[in-house]
Design a protein around this ligand. Structure first.
Ligand code: ADP
Ligand code: ZN
Length: 650
């Protein structure tokens, strides 16, 4: 049967493959050019953010080249756990693909090798350690001799760089591919943007002649929110989820295993479908939790950073941080797991004084050498500056990666879908607004904290003079003139700084102290986090440095009032009317059945956006159904009638 979506194109163009196989109407960003480059036999290095659409960049040329009789494309990927789903997704779309990795039995592997050698496969996914074995290289050699080795795709190419966060020694061997098969086109792909890593990839994979495609790393659909820890962070998290992400899939990052366990239990007790994930859990349980997260709707994964590499679930609606990540690279990578489907998503973080202290301490106490530590401190400072920022978070984030978005045409409030600002414009600070971060939507108040900072620092100085060290609690009691057993015991009510800061609340003083620690003027030391002045504090004490501080957020009553901006329309289903919503639910139920039967995650069958579109449009026949984005020819043939039946159109 001729499918309705492929009649208007010659079968061998990139556009035809995109529409017929994947059911999409247009390439995104640089995809079209990348596909052309590979299809014509050139090399490419692709730097594209998560969710940018990297897979199609090698899948479409692989399909084209296979159709032209050029054989199989070999995809190198370190993400063994995901190969099964990636291959399943291709097979669902009617593309013959397979994977070779250590999860297969000898028999299964032999069967796939036979399939490979026959030249029938379009794509073969393989782990890097397999690629460079003599046996596999010999197989590739035989394919190559017969003109059946169409191209190489090296996914997660940053793994070749020691500078990166996921260095894999086996990746270094991949230059072998180029040495053995110099005429086979290659594409390397990564979501890691920085210059150093990029240079490393080019050099180590010998991609000097490749065309480099660099996309903007902006993730416009992600809303960045960083809030102060206020009372109980867990309660803040709960409110965030209940108010804005009820029933939606999300990831909550915590630093320690213990905190992961406790937070997951807490959320479960509050009726939220949450699971823990950390390296201390037994491997089988971990695998089961990851599987459930990928396959079920609306699960919240509470995890350490052990979770996440290669999680390509498209409909993660939020990523929350209960602890500060290590640096901006880590923050961007972790938050980047939200909203891969392009629908609105939120990156939410709560942070406070203890985070700043802990992160500084982890660096100080690590066994690394001083030069390395200095580098780590610099990176932490950049992250703290982001957290304390009063201007656009997106500008700062992308600026850190060397991308200046302020040169873009001015965004308007309509773009972020949020309510316009009340109050006065401050053009000096607000040169650019993305309208999709907390600071742009709801500019924080700032105040001149120079005097307060001097009071706080001189109070610590008085302690030093007496040979004493104290932590934050006692310091703030003294500043506020709050008599306690301890203040009496040490006679601190006779200090010149006693009660000199009664005008600020405890929460406000904590914010001042946090910012002073973040700026490095004060350090928290030892087992009890006692505070010590640092050299740079002198200039502040002398009044040589002006400090503009972020206004502390006072405890807010429970409820939406404390949230910033209008809620982005997150789930595509939200824009459906009641009847369409019913159809959407029916389609989702049908999809769950199919996904279970096929042993694949639901989104591999159809993504939510595609089901939502079907529910809205209610196609009358197969031809109309084939027009919906995400419905390719194979899926139309396999599922078209059933979908029409579920929609009551058959
Ligand atoms: P990446 O690997 O860069 O993180 P993916 O390849 O997983 O991104 O793509 C992200 C999402 O975007 C997927 O759901 C994919 O189906 C979708 N997508 C990619 N390219 C297109 C396109 N041209 N049109 C519509 N959807 C696309
Ligand atoms: Zn912004």
């Amino acid at each position: 049967m001729q499918s309705p979506s492929d009649h208007s194109f010659a079968p061998d163009t990139p556009q035809a493959v995109l529409s017929q196989v994947f059911g999409y109407s247009a390439f995104r960003g640089p995809q079209a050019e990348i596909v052309e480059q590979l299809a014509a036999g050139g090399d490419a290095l692709v730097l594209m953010p998560t969710g940018g659409g990297k897979s199609l960049c090698y899948q479409v040329p692989a399909i084209l080249r296979h159709r032209r009789g050029q054989g199989v494309a070999v995809v190198v990927s370190p993400l063994i756990a995901l190969m099964h789903d990636q291959v399943g997704a291709l097979e669902e779309a009617g593309v013959h693909a397979a994977f070779l990795n250590s999860s297969l039995t000898g028999e299964e592997a032999s069967r796939i090798e036979r399939e490979l050698m026959s030249g029938r496969l379009t794509l073969l996914y393989a782990a890097p350690e397999r690629i460079t074995t003599p046996r596999f290289l010999a197989q590739l050699g035989s394919l190559h001799e017969r003109g059946l080795l169409s191209m190489f795709a090296i996914d997660e190419a940053h793994c070749v760089s020691q500078w990166g966060h996921d260095f894999r020694a086996e990746y270094l061997q991949l230059s072998l591919l180029h040495e053995r098969f110099p005429d086979v086109p290659r594409i390397a792909l990564t979501a890691t943007a920085d210059e150093l890593t990029r240079r490393d990839i080019i050099e180590r994979l010998q991609l000097q002649d490749a065309r480099v495609f660099i996309s903007s790393f902006d993730r416009p659909n992600i809303r960045y929110l960083i809030v102060e820890k206020n009372g109980s962070p867990r309660e803040q998290l709960l409110r965030f989820i209940q108010d804005d992400h009820e029933g939606e899939a999300g990831v909550v990052y915590c630093q320690s295993r213990k905190k992961v366990e406790e937070t997951a239990e807490f959320l479960q007790a509050q009726g939220i479908n949450a699971l823990p994930y950390h390296a201390g859990l037994d491997a089988e349980l971990r695998r089961r939790h990851q599987d459930r997260f990928l396959r079920e709707d609306g699960l919240v994964m509470v995890a350490t950073i052990a979770f996440g590499m290669g999680i390509d679930k498209p409909d993660v609606r939020f990523v929350a941080h209960l602890d500060l990540p290590k640096n901006i690279e880590a923050y961007y990578q972790e938050t980047g797991r939200a909203g891969r489907d392009g629908a609105p998503a939120e990156a939410w973080m709560t942070y406070g004084l203890a985070d700043v202290v802990n992160q500084r301490r982890m660096i100080d106490e690590s066994p690394a050498d001083e030069v390395f530590k200095q580098g780590q401190r610099g990176k932490l400072d950049a992250l703290l500056a982001l957290a304390e920022a009063t201007d656009c978070r997106r500008v700062r984030l992308l600026g850190y990666f060397g991308e200046d978005i302020t040169a873009r045409p001015a965004a308007g409030p309509s773009q972020g879908g949020a309510s316009p600002l009340g109050g006065t414009e401050r053009s000096d600070v607000w040169a650019y607004r993305c309208w999709n971060c907390d600071n742009c939507l709801n500019p924080p108040q700032t105040w001149d904290g120079t005097e307060a900072a001097r009071k706080l620092l001189s109070c610590i100085y008085r302690f030093h003079q007496r040979g004493e060290r104290f932590g934050a609690g006692h310091l703030i009691d003294v500043l506020r003139g709050k008599a306690t057993d301890k203040t009496r015991q040490y006679g601190h009510d006779s200090l010149s700084t006693w009660g000199c800061g009664a005008e600020l609340s405890e929460q406000q003083w904590r914010a001042v102290l946090r910012q002073l620690v973040a700026l490095g003027h004060v350090a928290a030391e030892g087992e009890f986090n006692t505070l010590a002045l640092q050299d740079s504090a002198r200039a502040v004490l002398k009044g040589e440095v002006e400090l503009r501080l972020r206004e502390a957020e006072e405890k807010k009553p429970r409820g939406k009032a404390s949230r910033t901006g209008a809620r982005p329309k997150a789930d595509p289903a939200l824009v459906l009317d009641a009847e369409a919503q019913q159809r959407f639910e029916a389609l989702k139920a049908w999809r769950s059945e199919v996904a279970r039967e096929h042993g694949l995650p639901a989104y591999v069958i159809f993504q939510n956006t595609t089901l939502a579109e079907m529910s809205r449009v209610v196609p009358g026949d197969l031809a109309e159904l084939g027009e919906i984005s995400g419905v390719g020819a194979k899926k139309l043939e396999a599922y078209g009638r059933e979908i029409l039946r579920v929609l009551g159109r058959d």
